[in-house]
Ligand binder design. Structure first.
Ligand code: R2B
Ligand code: URA
Length: 283
Protein backbone atom coordinates (compact mmCIF):
# COMPACT_ATOMS: atom_id res chain seq x y z
CA UNK A 1 0.00 0.00 0.00
CA UNK A 2 1.28 3.43 -0.86
CA UNK A 3 -0.31 4.77 2.29
CA UNK A 4 -1.81 2.93 5.25
CA UNK A 5 -4.29 4.83 7.39
CA UNK A 6 -4.72 3.23 10.82
CA UNK A 7 -8.09 4.88 11.18
CA UNK A 8 -9.06 3.66 14.68
CA UNK A 9 -5.70 4.81 16.08
CA UNK A 10 -5.78 8.13 14.27
CA UNK A 11 -2.30 7.32 12.86
CA UNK A 12 -1.02 6.75 9.32
CA UNK A 13 2.14 5.98 7.39
CA UNK A 14 2.12 9.34 5.57
CA UNK A 15 1.03 11.52 8.47
CA UNK A 16 3.31 10.01 11.14
CA UNK A 17 6.90 8.75 11.27
CA UNK A 18 5.99 5.38 12.74
CA UNK A 19 9.56 3.95 12.97
CA UNK A 20 10.64 7.05 14.89
CA UNK A 21 7.58 7.02 17.15
CA UNK A 22 7.40 3.28 17.86
CA UNK A 23 10.59 1.57 16.58
CA UNK A 24 11.98 0.88 20.09
CA UNK A 25 8.87 -0.90 21.41
CA UNK A 26 9.67 -4.27 23.05
CA UNK A 27 6.59 -4.88 25.23
CA UNK A 28 3.02 -4.37 24.07
CA UNK A 29 0.37 -4.55 26.79
CA UNK A 30 -3.32 -4.59 25.88
CA UNK A 31 -6.39 -4.60 28.12
CA UNK A 32 -10.09 -3.88 27.86
CA UNK A 33 -10.53 -0.65 29.80
CA UNK A 34 -9.14 2.72 28.70
CA UNK A 35 -8.72 3.93 32.30
CA UNK A 36 -6.96 0.74 33.37
CA UNK A 37 -4.48 0.93 30.48
CA UNK A 38 -3.76 4.59 31.31
CA UNK A 39 -3.18 3.61 34.95
CA UNK A 40 -0.89 0.80 33.76
CA UNK A 41 1.14 3.23 31.63
CA UNK A 42 1.55 5.54 34.64
CA UNK A 43 2.50 2.60 36.87
CA UNK A 44 5.13 1.35 34.38
CA UNK A 45 6.50 4.88 34.08
CA UNK A 46 7.17 4.84 37.84
CA UNK A 47 8.43 1.25 37.87
CA UNK A 48 10.99 1.96 35.13
CA UNK A 49 12.01 5.23 36.89
CA UNK A 50 11.63 7.17 33.64
CA UNK A 51 12.12 10.93 33.60
CA UNK A 52 9.09 13.23 33.49
CA UNK A 53 5.75 13.28 35.27
CA UNK A 54 3.70 10.05 34.86
CA UNK A 55 0.57 12.16 35.28
CA UNK A 56 1.35 13.98 32.04
CA UNK A 57 1.69 11.07 29.62
CA UNK A 58 -0.24 11.74 26.42
CA UNK A 59 -2.82 9.51 24.73
CA UNK A 60 -1.30 8.90 21.26
CA UNK A 61 -4.78 8.10 19.92
CA UNK A 62 -6.47 11.21 21.27
CA UNK A 63 -7.67 12.01 17.73
CA UNK A 64 -10.18 9.17 18.19
CA UNK A 65 -12.06 7.86 21.22
CA UNK A 66 -12.15 4.25 19.98
CA UNK A 67 -8.99 3.15 21.79
CA UNK A 68 -6.36 4.79 23.97
CA UNK A 69 -2.61 4.28 23.55
CA UNK A 70 0.34 5.33 25.73
CA UNK A 71 4.05 4.83 25.05
CA UNK A 72 6.31 4.63 28.08
CA UNK A 73 9.92 3.90 27.07
CA UNK A 74 9.89 0.47 25.39
CA UNK A 75 6.34 -0.28 26.62
CA UNK A 76 3.14 0.36 24.66
CA UNK A 77 -0.14 0.28 26.62
CA UNK A 78 -3.37 0.08 24.59
CA UNK A 79 -7.04 -0.47 25.38
CA UNK A 80 -9.11 -2.86 23.26
CA UNK A 81 -12.68 -2.62 24.56
CA UNK A 82 -14.87 -5.65 25.20
CA UNK A 83 -15.37 -8.68 23.00
CA UNK A 84 -13.90 -10.20 19.85
CA UNK A 85 -14.97 -7.58 17.29
CA UNK A 86 -13.49 -4.71 19.31
CA UNK A 87 -10.16 -6.40 20.10
CA UNK A 88 -9.88 -7.74 16.50
CA UNK A 89 -10.13 -4.27 14.98
CA UNK A 90 -7.48 -3.03 17.40
CA UNK A 91 -5.17 -6.01 16.78
CA UNK A 92 -5.25 -5.64 12.98
CA UNK A 93 -4.15 -2.02 13.27
CA UNK A 94 -1.64 -2.79 16.06
CA UNK A 95 0.05 -5.58 14.08
CA UNK A 96 0.34 -3.30 11.02
CA UNK A 97 1.62 -0.48 13.24
CA UNK A 98 4.37 -2.74 14.66
CA UNK A 99 5.24 -3.83 11.10
CA UNK A 100 5.39 -0.28 9.72
CA UNK A 101 7.47 0.81 12.73
CA UNK A 102 9.91 -2.08 12.05
CA UNK A 103 9.65 -3.33 15.63
CA UNK A 104 11.54 -6.55 16.40
CA UNK A 105 11.58 -9.15 19.22
CA UNK A 106 8.51 -7.95 21.03
CA UNK A 107 6.34 -9.71 23.58
CA UNK A 108 2.60 -8.98 23.65
CA UNK A 109 0.51 -9.32 26.81
CA UNK A 110 -3.23 -9.20 27.37
CA UNK A 111 -3.93 -8.07 30.93
CA UNK A 112 -7.54 -8.78 31.75
CA UNK A 113 -10.32 -9.71 34.10
CA UNK A 114 -12.29 -12.95 34.11
CA UNK A 115 -14.68 -15.16 36.01
CA UNK A 116 -12.91 -17.95 37.95
CA UNK A 117 -13.94 -21.58 37.50
CA UNK A 118 -13.21 -23.25 40.83
CA UNK A 119 -10.71 -20.55 41.77
CA UNK A 120 -11.24 -17.83 44.39
CA UNK A 121 -11.55 -14.19 43.37
CA UNK A 122 -8.20 -12.47 43.01
CA UNK A 123 -6.34 -15.43 41.46
CA UNK A 124 -4.09 -14.56 38.53
CA UNK A 125 -4.45 -17.05 35.67
CA UNK A 126 -1.69 -17.26 33.07
CA UNK A 127 -3.06 -18.86 29.93
CA UNK A 128 -1.53 -21.89 28.25
CA UNK A 129 -4.13 -21.97 25.47
CA UNK A 130 -7.59 -20.47 25.11
CA UNK A 131 -10.52 -22.78 24.41
CA UNK A 132 -13.88 -22.17 22.77
CA UNK A 133 -17.41 -22.97 24.03
CA UNK A 134 -16.79 -26.70 23.38
CA UNK A 135 -13.41 -26.54 25.19
CA UNK A 136 -11.35 -26.97 22.01
CA UNK A 137 -8.16 -24.92 21.63
CA UNK A 138 -9.30 -23.19 18.46
CA UNK A 139 -10.73 -19.92 17.23
CA UNK A 140 -13.21 -20.03 14.37
CA UNK A 141 -13.83 -17.07 12.10
CA UNK A 142 -16.09 -16.78 9.08
CA UNK A 143 -14.21 -15.20 6.15
CA UNK A 144 -16.03 -14.78 2.82
CA UNK A 145 -18.66 -17.23 4.06
CA UNK A 146 -16.09 -19.94 4.92
CA UNK A 147 -15.05 -21.01 8.41
CA UNK A 148 -11.34 -20.56 9.10
CA UNK A 149 -9.97 -22.32 12.18
CA UNK A 150 -6.85 -21.15 13.96
CA UNK A 151 -4.87 -22.52 16.91
CA UNK A 152 -4.95 -20.60 20.21
CA UNK A 153 -1.74 -21.84 21.84
CA UNK A 154 0.33 -19.15 23.54
CA UNK A 155 4.07 -18.89 24.09
CA UNK A 156 5.04 -21.54 26.66
CA UNK A 157 8.38 -19.92 27.49
CA UNK A 158 6.86 -16.53 28.33
CA UNK A 159 4.06 -18.15 30.39
CA UNK A 160 6.53 -20.24 32.42
CA UNK A 161 8.73 -17.19 32.99
CA UNK A 162 5.68 -15.26 34.27
CA UNK A 163 4.72 -18.14 36.59
CA UNK A 164 8.23 -18.25 38.01
CA UNK A 165 8.25 -14.47 38.65
CA UNK A 166 4.85 -14.69 40.37
CA UNK A 167 6.52 -16.68 43.16
CA UNK A 168 8.85 -13.72 43.81
CA UNK A 169 5.94 -11.31 44.46
CA UNK A 170 3.97 -11.38 47.75
CA UNK A 171 0.17 -11.76 47.68
CA UNK A 172 -0.04 -12.84 44.05
CA UNK A 173 -1.80 -16.22 43.90
CA UNK A 174 -1.09 -17.41 40.36
CA UNK A 175 -1.82 -20.54 38.32
CA UNK A 176 -1.33 -21.61 34.73
CA UNK A 177 -4.72 -22.51 33.32
CA UNK A 178 -7.00 -22.50 30.36
CA UNK A 179 -9.54 -19.73 29.87
CA UNK A 180 -12.71 -20.48 28.09
CA UNK A 181 -13.26 -17.60 25.70
CA UNK A 182 -16.71 -17.93 24.15
CA UNK A 183 -16.75 -15.31 21.47
CA UNK A 184 -20.14 -13.74 22.08
CA UNK A 185 -21.97 -12.23 25.03
CA UNK A 186 -20.82 -12.43 28.63
CA UNK A 187 -24.16 -13.24 30.22
CA UNK A 188 -25.50 -16.02 28.00
CA UNK A 189 -22.33 -17.63 26.66
CA UNK A 190 -20.66 -17.73 30.05
CA UNK A 191 -23.63 -19.60 31.55
CA UNK A 192 -24.92 -16.78 33.75
CA UNK A 193 -28.39 -16.87 35.28
CA UNK A 194 -28.57 -13.08 35.67
CA UNK A 195 -29.01 -12.02 32.03
CA UNK A 196 -32.05 -10.14 30.75
CA UNK A 197 -32.85 -13.40 28.98
CA UNK A 198 -31.98 -16.82 30.39
CA UNK A 199 -33.03 -20.14 28.92
CA UNK A 200 -31.37 -22.59 31.31
CA UNK A 201 -31.53 -23.70 34.96
CA UNK A 202 -29.00 -23.46 37.79
CA UNK A 203 -28.37 -27.23 37.38
CA UNK A 204 -27.63 -26.73 33.63
CA UNK A 205 -25.21 -23.94 34.49
CA UNK A 206 -23.36 -25.97 37.15
CA UNK A 207 -23.14 -28.98 34.84
CA UNK A 208 -21.56 -26.79 32.13
CA UNK A 209 -19.08 -25.28 34.60
CA UNK A 210 -18.18 -28.76 35.92
CA UNK A 211 -17.54 -29.96 32.35
CA UNK A 212 -15.41 -26.89 31.76
CA UNK A 213 -13.43 -27.50 34.96
CA UNK A 214 -12.85 -31.14 33.99
CA UNK A 215 -11.56 -29.97 30.59
CA UNK A 216 -8.95 -27.82 32.41
CA UNK A 217 -10.82 -24.51 32.21
CA UNK A 218 -9.92 -22.25 35.15
CA UNK A 219 -11.44 -18.96 34.05
CA UNK A 220 -13.83 -17.47 31.50
CA UNK A 221 -13.34 -14.25 29.60
CA UNK A 222 -14.01 -12.93 26.11
CA UNK A 223 -10.95 -11.96 24.09
CA UNK A 224 -8.04 -14.35 24.67
CA UNK A 225 -8.95 -16.77 21.85
CA UNK A 226 -8.70 -14.20 19.08
CA UNK A 227 -5.70 -12.52 20.75
CA UNK A 228 -3.85 -15.86 20.90
CA UNK A 229 -4.87 -16.86 17.37
CA UNK A 230 -3.85 -13.57 15.73
CA UNK A 231 -0.52 -13.33 17.54
CA UNK A 232 0.30 -16.94 16.70
CA UNK A 233 -0.51 -16.66 13.00
CA UNK A 234 1.62 -13.48 12.81
CA UNK A 235 4.57 -15.12 14.63
CA UNK A 236 4.33 -12.80 17.66
CA UNK A 237 5.24 -14.04 21.16
CA UNK A 238 2.23 -13.51 23.39
CA UNK A 239 0.83 -14.23 26.85
CA UNK A 240 -2.54 -13.71 28.55
CA UNK A 241 -2.73 -12.83 32.24
CA UNK A 242 -6.23 -12.44 33.68
CA UNK A 243 -7.31 -12.01 37.27
CA UNK A 244 -10.52 -13.68 38.45
CA UNK A 245 -13.19 -11.35 39.88
CA UNK A 246 -15.38 -14.11 41.35
CA UNK A 247 -15.72 -17.89 41.52
CA UNK A 248 -18.46 -18.74 39.02
CA UNK A 249 -19.44 -21.88 41.02
CA UNK A 250 -20.54 -19.47 43.76
CA UNK A 251 -22.41 -16.87 41.73
CA UNK A 252 -22.79 -14.73 38.63
CA UNK A 253 -22.75 -11.16 39.91
CA UNK A 254 -19.54 -9.37 40.78
CA UNK A 255 -20.15 -8.30 44.37
CA UNK A 256 -16.70 -7.38 45.74
CA UNK A 257 -16.29 -3.72 46.79
CA UNK A 258 -14.76 -1.32 44.28
CA UNK A 259 -11.43 -0.96 46.11
CA UNK A 260 -11.03 -4.75 46.25
CA UNK A 261 -11.72 -5.03 42.49
CA UNK A 262 -9.21 -2.26 41.77
CA UNK A 263 -6.53 -4.13 43.75
CA UNK A 264 -7.35 -7.40 41.93
CA UNK A 265 -6.96 -5.65 38.56
CA UNK A 266 -3.53 -4.39 39.56
CA UNK A 267 -2.26 -7.96 40.03
CA UNK A 268 -1.67 -8.77 36.33
CA UNK A 269 -0.02 -5.33 36.01
CA UNK A 270 2.37 -6.04 38.89
CA UNK A 271 3.34 -9.38 37.35
CA UNK A 272 3.90 -7.97 33.85
CA UNK A 273 5.86 -5.03 35.27
CA UNK A 274 8.10 -7.51 37.13
CA UNK A 275 8.62 -9.44 33.86
CA UNK A 276 9.53 -6.24 31.99
CA UNK A 277 11.98 -5.12 34.69
CA UNK A 278 13.63 -8.57 34.68
CA UNK A 279 13.94 -8.53 30.88
CA UNK A 280 15.44 -5.03 30.99
CA UNK A 281 17.91 -6.12 33.68
CA UNK A 282 16.52 -3.59 36.20
CA UNK A 283 16.01 -6.24 38.92
C1 R2B B 1 -13.47 -9.66 30.82
O1 R2B B 1 -14.18 -8.65 31.35
C2 R2B B 1 -14.99 -8.04 30.32
C3 R2B B 1 -16.43 -8.28 30.62
O2 R2B B 1 -16.77 -7.80 31.88
C4 R2B B 1 -14.51 -8.66 29.04
O3 R2B B 1 -13.77 -7.75 28.27
C5 R2B B 1 -13.62 -9.72 29.50
O4 R2B B 1 -12.98 -10.53 28.67
N1 URA C 1 -15.17 -10.85 32.68
C1 URA C 1 -15.83 -11.84 32.09
O1 URA C 1 -15.82 -11.97 30.86
N2 URA C 1 -16.52 -12.71 32.89
C2 URA C 1 -16.55 -12.59 34.23
O2 URA C 1 -17.19 -13.40 34.91
C3 URA C 1 -15.85 -11.52 34.83
C4 URA C 1 -15.15 -10.66 34.02
Amino acid sequence: MEEDILYHFSLGTKTHNLPEMFGDIKFVCVGGSANRMKAFAQFIHQELSLPGNPGEIQDICEGTDRYCMYKVGPVLSISHGMGVPSISIMLHELIKLLHHAQCRDMVLFRLGTSGGVGLPAGTVVITDKAVDYSFQPKFEQVVLGKVITRSTELDEGVSNELLQYSTEIPNLPTVIGTPCAPTIFMKVCQGRLDGALCSFSNEDKLEYLRKAYDAGVRNIEMESAVFAAMCRVCGLKAAVICVTLLNRFEGDQITSPHDVLVEYQQRPQVLVSHFIKKRLGLI
